[in-house]
Design a binder for this molecule. Structure first.
Ligand SMILES: [Zn+2]
Length: 313
């Protein structure tokens, strides 16, 4: 049974985005108002919702408390999220918060959850930045657990795996959550169903990203909930689509690096590659160049500045 469904708003957004510029000249059809959030419940005690323009947040009622995955892009979205958690779980306390990464569109809403008695799970490499930010804040700092590799979390009546890449992937701070009983994986921006993955974070590393996709495959997940765009009922094909794009992009860029190709040639020749079909031309070029500038001959990338302000999603 397909318990996952697409938010109707997103289909609309996609349809609008797909329209060529000349097709939206006057008279412009009035865009229907998008509700500030939409929530779905694919399984008992498990919800996900789109909050704001494009961010999915999820929560699981584990019996005696709630695990939240990602906290939204803004304070308004986070307030809506908290209210929906309270409504759907009949005011169960939030005991755990996991952040799939620290891009603003995923977790700028976090401070709205403070102060909190919840335990926070992040990629271990993010704990220093978080501790600094808590030290500067006015509220009591929560307990933070930094995950390296993977942990098993028994939360109420649920068993979850929380894992991170060995190094950089989409960002320096990626993390996934796997709910064993429903076989649902929450992947942040490591997989973006039907959409072009964003490679423009200054710490993005394609080799590391491909490696964590291989790990996600081994989980045997069924449903997949990304932070952006629609959840997918079948995880494996979506993971494969992202892997194919990253693998082809990496091979293409290594080849150009060997040729010492100038950037203009890289973006020009990218358009002729099959992988260009998966991403709009401008986004594909942005992805390619931002990796190419940091690419070494062995396919790894020089890290940018993980401490710099968050990059575009
Ligand atoms: Zn992101």
């Amino acid at each position: 049974m397909n318990r996952f469904f697409s938010f109707p708003f997103a289909a609309l957004t996609l349809a609008l985005a797909a329209m060529p510029a000349h097709a939206v000249e006057a008279p412009k059809p009035k865009a229907p108002e998008m509700p500030p959030f939409e929530v779905a419940q694919p399984y008992p005690n498990l919800w996900y919702g789109r909050f704001g323009s494009a961010t999915n947040c999820s929560w699981i009622d584990t019996g005696d408390g709630v695990l939240v995955i990602d906290t939204g892009a803004t304070a308004t979205d986070a307030k809506n999220l908290k209210a929906e958690i309270a409504r759907t779980t009949k005011d169960k306390p939030i005991k755990w918060i996991a952040m799939t990464h620290l891009h603003g569109d995923s977790n700028n809403g976090f401070s709205t959850f403070l102060p909190t008695d919840a335990t926070i799970f992040v990629n271990a490499r993010a704990t220093g930045a978080l501790a600094t930010s808590f030290a500067q804040g006015k509220t009591k700092a929560p307990t933070v657990i930094g995950v390296s590799d993977r942990i098993a979390l028994v939360a109420g009546n649920r068993i979850l795996e929380i894992g991170v890449p060995a190094g950089n992937a989409h960002t320096a701070f990626d993390l996934y959550v796997f709910d064993v009983s429903t076989r649902t994986v929450f992947v942040g921006d490591l997989v973006t169903p039907d959409r072009c993955p964003m490679l423009s974070d200054p710490d993005c590393d394609l080799k590391g990203w491909i490696a964590i996709l291989d790990r996600l495959d081994t989980l045997g997940a069924q449903g997949l909930v990304p932070t952006r765009w629609n959840p997918a009922p079948a995880a494996a094909p979506e993971i494969e689509k992202t892997r194919r794009y990253l693998t082809s992009m990496l091979a293409f860029l290594i080849e150009k690096k060997k040729q010492n190709a100038p950037e203009a040639r890289v973006s020009g020749e990218l358009a002729a590659e099959k992988l260009a079909d998966y991403c709009p031309r401008e986004l594909g070029a942005l992805n390619a160049l931002s990796v190419y500038r940091r690419l070494m001959s062995d396919g790894t990338t020089r890290p940018g500045s993980a401490a710099a302000k968050p990059a575009p999603k």
